[in-house]
Design a protein. Structure first.
Lengths: 312, 625
């Protein structure tokens, strides 16, 4: 297993290099020069040139030891992301946004997974009954309603009309207070899609011969569902769940924007809008590393839950 | 957990009897209880840590602020916040109209030499910078306790030199470019320095001298009558050298000013809180205003010491719904009317609906000094030589429909480039130019245009600086109007930086844009048509007219008065005749505020107005309850 993990970690080098190259090419060759915009209205050519020098935009793109790409690569490897366009260190922005983003996305993630897997087991077990049909109808309805509608509805009725939650972030509030409603909305909006997926996975398993055999041997429903069905359904569940974890880091743009949560989703969207290459580059780089690491964790988890899979 | 077990046992019993399952409900119950916990935790939305009689202003910013360093910021949101902490030499009178400059950090208005080249400005004594660790020595390990020092004339010189320093990359250099004697040479010197920190600020600048601590003398290269207006811009507010040395590049997050408030909390991107600056010298609320101010209650606090507020809070809310709901909850004092809520707010005849009146909400409208247009790139072969084409496009746009569709009829049709609020606005401009909607006239002009072009006109392109729904609708509207008179048009939508790059490199045909004046002098608008300022300068139309240039150069050095205004109007007419842009609309702001929010008189040019605002705390508490 050690050899496998080492090999997989070595594979990350070309992947991360590719990500760095791609972001660099996209923002320098395709995106163009940002110095005119930084210089502001009515700026002289010399100011624009000075900005180009300050940001290193006047250096060669590739073919030099001091080229823009080599510097970009060096900075990424040392996690020195420099300063954003508003002159604040990028790493400070990320550190500040990480807490609020995770406070939002982690409860949503666990809430959605636990509820949808549990309900999927029940729905699969009672398949064909009115409860199963009702679950499917609710799933389809939940998937059909746009995410924004959940937010607008939740904010208007639960927060404003019924006063159950604060409408918006305020520093006087505890974190649990201002993330409570966005978390509930996130869970409600994500449930339909996940429940439908997990129900299909469970149905595939529950129809297998070994389930009938287990019941024939006299095992209890609880034992069959949790000991056998759930364990055998773990491969697709792990794939979906573990690979979703790196995205928690990216936060939730809409929820953060509507509820004033100063997280990373908001930061990333704003950086894209204002072409803040320094922030985008840092976020993409960190996301790529997390994605590669969690891909590896997924593979390791496969071998843990399914003895037929070995890491060689 | 015991509670979870009891509840789940009950549920298990029921499910076991029906289906023979039990354990699977436990995780569901666990999550349900966590969610219930979140609800209970979230229930106390009104738990503000605000003292009952504390006067706190609650404002909304619709965009994040970029920094709080006055020398290097131009975005309006940063200026709004920074203006409560930093003070320039002059300010606009809060109440008087037409807008009038009055001293702020200056003792009086400047003494101006007969040749209009030398300004002698006396600085107020007893003005102190706020207390900050940057002042005084700080023993290692001990808490900072620097007392703010007194403001001196040299601080203004330092601040202007800082803007001139090319390594500082100030966005405000264009204000002083080629204006003050010796300052351009100082800028040249800074080019030889390796970094911002290497610049020697003790180096003399001929046009900036301080004979004593309270006198500043500014010598100009040529007459610049707008200097006092420039010295009322927050960009020229003094910053302490100690603060710049102490915080370095982080000065953007550590404002150290002389104003009535100082920064207490800044959660970047979400929340800013200012508290009273205890070192503030004190100022009095104006005792005189314009006719009608006393009746409107704007003089109720005449002569009282300001600021009234203990704290000023801005919450950054980019979405309209939460800002509107917070306003209705009484957690925000004032707001603009969201487009989608316009019918809920405004009844017929431009009045508030009864629902709004019942809440004691007031409406203020005021003309914003702004103009928006569809510009033509005159350096582009199809447009540059074809005046009838440009005029035809201007006639083809139904501006009234545009304002009805996009702004709930709130804006004004722009017949010219100078907005109505400016003293040089021409009241007869409606009769001039090509802003009257006339599709038939446009078709006639297009026949002429085709003759000049030498055949059928090609497909024209409009470039818009946004990709969201609003810009797409805007593009569709323009396209439909031009299609209606027989022009083939396509639209391209892009992010603002790409758009700016294309406009600055003269790679567009038609482009939508607009501008808002920062002073009552219309020079900023007219500069956009001066031939020396072609893109990437302010003249994005790349328009040239020698007659216009001559008048511009003449008016540039004139003091404000009827003659200067006459020249401005003449220049405007030249532009309208040549039609390098189809002027579309002037913005009119509609602002709502609660009854408890006092002294809320809109101002087109001043930003540091929080010091005048007062809250009737009893009324606010009654509304919330």
């Amino acid at each position: 297993m050690t050899a496998y993990i080492t090999r997989r970690l070595l594979y990350t080098i070309p992947i991360v290099f590719g990500v760095l190259l791609l972001t660099f090419v996209l923002f320098t060759l395709v995106g163009g020069d940002i110095s005119i915009e930084i210089a502001g209205k009515g700026a002289t050519r010399e100011t624009i040139e000075e900005i180009r020098e300050d940001y290193g935009l006047n250096k060669p793109l590739f073919l030099s030891w001091d080229s823009q790409f080599v510097n970009h690569f060096k900075n990424a490897l040392t996690f020195n992301f420099g300063r954003a366009r508003d002159r604040e260190p990028v790493i400070d922005k990320i550190k500040r946004g990480l807490g609020p983003s995770l406070a939002l996305t982690v409860p949503i993630f666990f809430g959605v997974v636990i509820i949808s897997v549990s309900l999927a087991l029940v729905a699969a077990f009672v398949r064909g009954t009115v409860w199963d049909i009702l679950a499917v109808v609710i799933c389809v309805a939940g998937m059909s309603i746009p995410y924004l509608s959940f937010i607008l509805f939740g904010q208007y009725f639960l927060a404003y009309r019924w006063g159950l939650f604060p409408v918006f972030f305020s520093p006087e509030l505890r974190m649990a207070q201002y993330v409570a409603l966005p978390v509930l909305i996130g869970i409600a909006a994500g449930l339909g899609r996940n429940l439908r997926f997990f129900r299909t996975v469970m149905l595939d398993e529950i129809r297998n011969d070994y389930v009938r055999t287990a019941f024939a041997k006299g095992l209890t429903v609880r034992r069959v569902l949790f000991k056998h069905v759930l364990k055998n359904a773990m491969i697709p569940i792990i794939t979906r769940v573990v690979l979703a974890i790196p995205f928690l880091f990216l936060g939730s743009l809409l929820l953060e924007r509507f509820f004033g949560i100063p997280g990373l989703g908001y930061l990333m969207a704003e950086a894209i809008g204002s072409r803040d290459y320094f922030v985008i580059s840092a976020m993409t780089y960190i996301s790529a590393i997390l994605f590669v690491v969690f891909n590896l964790i997924t593979d390791i988890c496969y071998s843990l839950v399914d003895p037929r899979i070995s890491l060689e | 957990m015991k509670f979870v077990r009891i509840i789940s046992a009950a549920a298990t019993y029921k499910l076991q009897r029906r289906y023979g399952i039990g354990m699977s409900v436990r995780p569901i119950l666990l999550v349900t209880i966590i969610c219930a916990g979140l609800i209970i935790a979230g229930c106390d939305g009104s738990g503000q840590l605000e003292e009952p009689n504390e006067m706190v202003l609650h404002h909304v910013l619709s965009a994040k602020i970029k920094g709080l360093d006055p020398g290097n910021m131009r975005d309006v949101y940063s200026v709004i916040v920074a203006s409560q902490m930093f003070e320039p030499l002059y300010q606009y009178h809060f109440l008087k109209r037409p807008y009038q400059l009055v001293p702020l950090l200056a003792e009086d208005m400047p003494q101006i030499s007969d040749d209009l080249l030398t300004y002698t400005i006396k600085i107020k004594k007893g003005v102190y910078f706020q207390d900050d660790p940057c002042f005084g020595s700080r023993p290692a390990g001990s808490p900072p306790n620097g007392k703010g020092r007194e403001l001196k004339a040299e601080d203004f010189v330092f601040s202007l030199k800082k803007i001139a320093n090319i390594k500082y990359l100030s966005q405000n250099w264009s204000i002083f470019d080629n204006k003050i004697a010796g300052l351009d040479e100082f800028r040249e010197y800074t080019k030889t320095c390796k970094s911002e920190a290497d610049v020697d600020y003790s180096r003399q600048v001929q046009g900036l001298t301080t004979p004593d601590d309270y006198t500043l003398i500014i010598k100009l290269k040529k007459a610049w009558p707008q200097l006092c207006m420039a010295l009322a811009d927050t960009a020229t507010a003094p910053v302490a050298k100690e603060a710049v040395d102490y915080y370095g590049r982080d000065i953007i997050s550590h404002p150290v000013g002389t104003g009535p408030f100082r920064l207490n909390v800044w959660r970047r991107g979400s929340y800013i809180e200012l508290v009273r600056n205890l070192a503030f010298r004190g100022e009095l609320y104006p005792s005189r205003g314009e006719p009608g101010d006393a009746e409107a209650g704007y003089l109720d606090d005449a002569g009282k010491p300001i600021p009234f507020a203990d704290r000023v809070i801005w919450t950054v809310i980019e979405e309209r719904q939460p800002a509107w709901l917070l306003f209705l909850q009484g957690k925000v004092d004032a707001t603009v009317i969201p487009k989608d809520n316009f019918d809920e707010v405004m009844g017929g005849a431009g009045e508030l609906t009864s629902a709004m009146k019942q809440r004691s909400i007031h409406l203020k409208t005021f003309k914003d000094p702004s103009t928006y247009w569809l510009g033509f790139n005159m350096a582009e072969p199809v447009f540059g030589k074809n005046k009838p084409l440009r005029r035809a496009i201007s006639c083809a746009i139904d501006r009234e429909k545009f304002i009805e569709l996009f702004f709930n009829n709130r804006h004004l049709v722009a017949h010219g480039l100078i907005p109505p609020v400016m003293p040089s606005y021409n009241p007869e401009i409606k009769e001039k130019g090509y802003a009257q909607y006339g599709p038939e006239k446009a078709q006639e002009l297009l026949k002429e245009a085709e003759k000049i072009h030498g055949g059928k006109l090609p497909t024209l392109k409009i470039t818009l600086p946004g990709t969201n729904t609003w810009y797409r609708q805007y593009g569709q509207f323009l396209k439909r109007n031009l299609n209606a008179v027989g022009l083939e048009v396509e639209t391209e939508y892009m992010d603002r930086p790409t758009y700016l790059e294309k406009v600055n490199t003269k790679s567009v045909q038609m482009f939508t844009s607009g501008s808002s004046a920062s002073t009552p002098d219309a020079q900023d608008f007219l500069a956009m048509f001066y031939s020396r300022y072609h893109a990437p300068g302010p003249n994005k139309f790349n328009y040239s007219n020698p007659e216009f240039d001559k008048l511009y150069e003449k008016a540039q050095v004139m003091l404000d008065g009827p003659e200067k205004r006459r020249l401005y109007r003449k220049m405007e007419l030249i532009v309208l005749e040549d039609c390098p842009a189809a002027f579309l609309n002037h913005r009119v702001a509609y602002v709502l505020h609660h009854d408890w929010y006092k002294n809320y008189k809109p101002h087109a040019f001043a930003y540091g107005l929080s010091k005048y605002r007062r809250i009737d705390t009893a009324k606010r508490a009654a509304y919330k309850n």
